[in-house]
Design a protein around this ligand. Structure first.
Ligand SMILES: Cc1cc2nc3c(=O)[nH]c(=O)nc-3n(C[C@H](O)[C@H](O)[C@H](O)COP(=O)(O)OP(=O)(O)OC[C@H]3O[C@@H](n4cnc5c(N)ncnc54)[C@H](O)[C@@H]3O)c2cc1C
Length: 481
């Protein structure tokens, strides 16, 4: 199966989830050879009707750069009007304690809306785009090993399956999700060298160290079941809000994801509990009962919804806080959940995958000749690492803090949080400066364009005087020959 690129670079993408497909599409679009290796069959992926994706403004900005996005959103997605925060107390109806209105000017100024879409529809859209532009997609190829070699050997890196079949390329992109095989190569290198992670600030480190695994569950509920229940049907009326319910150690977020899907996510604001299990997204669902067991204090309406769940998925995502996204020999790079862990109540896992892909492809679009690309590949990869590690760390930290905040147990701290939230119920007519202050954290995450970040990086570090600066570890010198 080995092949070598004739006019450009050859990328081998392991994993045909959203991160793998968007990387593959963007790299192919700028002329590279791309092969995607996916362990599931095409049928398994097509028949998966589970899960959903949140599209915050920072992801929407990028999605809009792809063909036929408007038609996709029109047919398959639901617009989000804002977030409503509720406090739950066992045996009582949940109380509305806070709200974020996306129509308010400070959000409107971001220039992009917030949407929800079924996972399968976004995945299928990207799959079609990949096929149309000539990405080579191979199913039922489970990568079990990655081999890298010194460039002097003349051999590129390669990936292998259990039968010993292998695919070689210039660069391997690990997009094989939260239990990534490709990531292992980076973790092994880390053990060997005990490298200092200079990119993580002390405050980020202390926040990341509080929780080492993010636990959550997702439940998919067909819209028809809500329609036929008089207590649940009002959830479908009017504008679609992201309904957040805050419990004791956990929180639940739910919304409509397109014409046929209602989705409910339970997230822990605490360490994993005994008996918690991890499962693959494409594995058959575990029963909704296990979610209900963790949601005793929630509003009766929320519990009713949980009972209607047709598929549920338990997820334990370890926080690796990888010191490097790129291997020492600059032949392997990780993206998406293989690189970073952001999950559930937050808005960031798929958005971060899009940002990874746009960052990587924009860097690799800088030159057109194979020689220039090859001689600068390590510079591009290390630039990707510098840009995206900083960005995803910031999002990861904010995600962790949100998780902990939403799950605060009863007591003074929780009352303080709710008093703060309650101020947001009276923001109608507030001036821009006040709104900006209240929602500063969200605005910082949403007001980001991965392409601009690369352009700024390029202006700063690719200028002649800076080409071998220590910030890029002196990995490569740009040659414009
Ligand atoms: C069916 C499905 C439903 C989902 N629903 C939700 C949801 O409701 N909420 C949410 O927050 N997130 C959900 N996710 C996860 C979400 O897609 C990711 O967190 C995010 O989009 C980043 O995607 P990723 O491509 O990095 O990871 P993933 O979406 O996990 O994709 C990884 C891909 O790599 C493949 N793969 C794994 N190991 C190997 C290997 N060794 N060799 C070859 N291929 C391999 C997997 O089969 C998968 O297709 C879902 C994922 C899937 C697959």
């Amino acid at each position: 199966m080995a092949d070598s690129s004739t006019s450009t670079l050859k990328f081998v993408v392991t994993g045909g989830g959203i991160a793998g497909l968007i990387c593959a599409y963007l790299l192919r679009e700028i002329g590279h050879d791309v092969v995607v290796l996916e362990k599931s069959s095409r049928k398994e992926q097509v028949t998966s009707d589970h899960g959903g994706v949140r599209i915050p403004p920072n992801m929407m900005r990028l999605l809009q750069a792809l063909p036929r996005t408007e038609e996709l959103l029109e047919a398959k997605a639901s617009k989000c009007a804002g977030i409503l925060f509720h406090q739950c107390k066992e045996g009582e109806r949940a109380e509305l304690v806070g709200k974020m209105d996306f129509a308010q000017e400070v959000m409107n100024d971001l220039g992009c809306d917030f949407y929800f879409i079924p996972h399968k529809d976004l995945h299928e859209h990207l799959y079609t785009l990949c096929i149309e532009c000539g990405v080579n997609l191979i199913h039922e190829f489970e990568v079990v090993e990655v081999q890298t070699s010194k460039p002097t050997n003349g051999n590129g890196p390669r990936v292998m399956n259990r039968s010993g079949d292998f695919v070689t390329g210039d660069i391997i992109i690990g997009a094989d999700g939260k239990n990534s095989v490709v990531r292992k190569i980076l973790l092994t290198e880390e053990d060997e060298t005990e490298e200092v992670d200079s990119n993580t600030s002390d405050s980020e480190k202390s926040s990341l160290s509080t929780i080492k695994a993010i636990v959550g569950a997702t439940l998919s509920i067909p819209i028809s079941l809500l329609k036929s229940d008089p207590e649940l049907e009002p959830l479908l009326r009017g504008e679609n809000h992201w309904m957040v319910y805050m419990g004791n150690g956990t929180s639940i977020a739910m919304a409509r994801y397109g014409p046929d899907l209602y989705l409910l996510d339970l997230t822990y604001g605490q360490h994993p509990l005994p008996g918690d299990t991890d499962s693959e997204w494409l594995a058959p669902g575990t029963p909704a009962q296990s979610v209900l067991d963790k949601a005793q204090e929630y509003d009766g309406r929320v519990q009713k919804l949980i009972n209607l769940g047709k598929r549920s998925h338990w997820n334990i995502q370890t926080v690796h806080a990888l010191p490097r996204y790129v291997s020492k020999l600059n032949q392997v790079v990780v993206v998406g959940d293989a690189a970073h862990s952001m999950y559930i109540n937050g808005t960031h896992n798929t958005a971060a995958s899009f940002e990874d892909a746009f960052t990587l492809s924009r860097l690799f679009s800088r030159f057109s000749s194979t020689q220039q690309l090859k001689s600068n590949a390590s510079f591009f990869l290390n630039s990707y690492q510098q840009i995206q590690q900083k960005r995803t760390r910031a999002m990861e930290t904010s995600e962790m803090n949100t998780m902990l905040l939403l799950g605060i147990p009863p007591g003074i701290e929780r009352e303080g949080r709710n008093s703060g939230f309650k101020l947001t119920l009276h923001l109608d007519g507030a001036d821009d400066a006040t709104l900006e202050r209240v929602w500063a954290g969200y605005v910082a995450q949403f007001d980001y364009d991965a392409r601009d970040a690369v352009d700024e990086w390029w202006m700063t570090w690719a200028r002649p005087g800076n080409r071998d600066s220590s910030i890029i570890g002196g990995v490569s010198v740009i040659s414009t020959q």
